[in-house]
Design a protein around this ligand. Sequence first.
Ligand code: ADP
Ligand code: MG
Length: 619
Amino acid sequence: MRRGVTRSPLPWLAGLIALYLAVPVGAFVVRFAVSNQRGFGSAGLFPSLLVSLESATISLALITVLGVPLAYLLARSSGRVASVLGVVVQLPLAFPPLMCGILLVYLVGPYTFLGRLFDGHLTMSVTGVILAQTFVSAPFLIVGARAAFASVEPSLMDVAATLGHSELSRFRRVALPVAARGIRAGMLLAWLRAFGEYGAVVVIAYHPFSLPVYTYNQFSGAGLPTTLAPSALALLVAVAVVGLSRIRLDPRPRAALVPEASAPAPSPPHRVGFDLDHRVGSFRLSVSHRPGGNRLAILGPSGSGKSTLLRCLAGLQGAAAGGVRLGDRAIEGVRVEDRRVGYVAQRFSLYPHMTVWQHLMFARGATPSIAAHWLARLGLEGLEDRFPRQLSGGQQQRVGLAQALCSSPALLLLDEPFSGLDPPVRRDLQRELRRLQRDTGLSTVLVTHDPEEAALLSEDLIVLSEGAALQSGPSRGVFAHPASPRVARLLGIPNLHRAVVASEGLIDAQGTLLEVNAEGVGANAAVLWSIRPEHVRVRADGRLLGTLADIADLGTTTELEVALANDLRIVARTPEGLDLEVGQPCRIELPPEAITVWPDPMPTSPTSAPGGGEASRPA
Ligand code: ADP
Ligand code: MG
């Protein structure tokens, strides 16, 4: 052991149990090798092996056909019935196998209803062996498959629904392939458990001998040496089955044959309007929007209900979420699969088992020539045969977008589609989407927490907070005239403050008099005013004296926060590096032409600090 490394007991503990597990197998192999009486000639050995192989395989088939749907439903349900059922199906794991056999007697024993119905053939028969094995080994598959289904991202299922796939199709084409590994591991355990089951089998079907029952009989009748052959066979089978299960079955998909591209027929824009009132847990979303332009953005902080709103529009929250209109059609009663609403989820819109081309062709009714069009249009040519893990973040988002477009949607919903991307990639994609909006006239609802993105990609804007709209209307208007300091902060406008008009061209901002170019506001009127940080001049002969509250070097610019009288804080940004320290006096100038003033839509008492002080700090 290297010096300086603490001696750890872990390798010793691990080594001890590994030895305990390995030594008996080693000893058996040695004994098998040197023995000249292994018991291969004993009567009944190979028939019992056949019984075990046959019954375990039929058991597994039964468990798979019935247990996989059960596991899927359990993974997707959260009710009381599901949790009770979840415990019940695990009971055979906790119960001694012998007792499981005894329990089964109450169901399939010769004197029960079922037993009589089948003339007693459910016991003391291969059928009995299968029934006993199924009972004890089913939980291994159900528990494994349930965990695998539970780890399938719900948004993958949601996106598939918006692409027109029914519940059964989503199960078959999304849940099963994504959960396949976990299901296979469960199948392996279930088969091995069924093959090796002794306790339950011996109660239900002592005859015909299965391999474990045969082996025990040999052991108790003729002693250890005659168990060499059946044990060796069992070991061989176990090794073979584990080996077989490691063979990857997923065939590589054939290379995509991309046909000649043809653009989709232009469809008239379908403007969206809604009147939603919906609860999830303790959260309530209550928002209305009258159809306006084609491009709507929902801007709000994390947790404000943006994704929930989008899910309501897609139909993923059920019909009771409220009214949704698309063009002149009310669609709240239309199933998700039939809404023709494209949906790019906040994360995870891509299927790990599908290539790019398969994604594009995944929507119900997708046509190859239109898929080829979007493939080229979104710069994905040459990537058709790649899987999502072989794509960059930006390419993945393009695939998500192309996939939604291939369903020829009447409305496209985008949930923070660019949020995880590097700034340059993000800007590229934003511009791409803007061109798409312009060229296709497609109606979009974009969810974002980035004001710049909202400004770039929307005509109408809803500023959302805690499930309600703080302000809505044409984006230009909302950006130019935020209704409150809170909205201004969400719009990323720093230096927004309240003031009172002192006289023509002069406002009183918390005791600091500022010259402004404002017309049409009378004396004593409450106003909001703001100035962009890059318009604030920091200079030795500045008229306003304050104290430097903060200074940060942002690489290409320096950002300062200057506290004026009554703690009126002004953020300034300059390209020059400044040799100033926090706490030092600092002079600034606010050019009148750079100050925007507008009537305060929600004036507080004339002397109060703006927005309770909340607008005084930069976002
Ligand atoms: P955003 O997308 O704006 O970040 P969301 O729409 O995801 O916000 O969530 C809004 C609120 O609803 C959050 O407070 C969240 O915790 C809550 N919420 C979302 N989904 C559920 C749910 N299935 N059960 C309970 N609460 C939920
Ligand atoms: Mg969200």
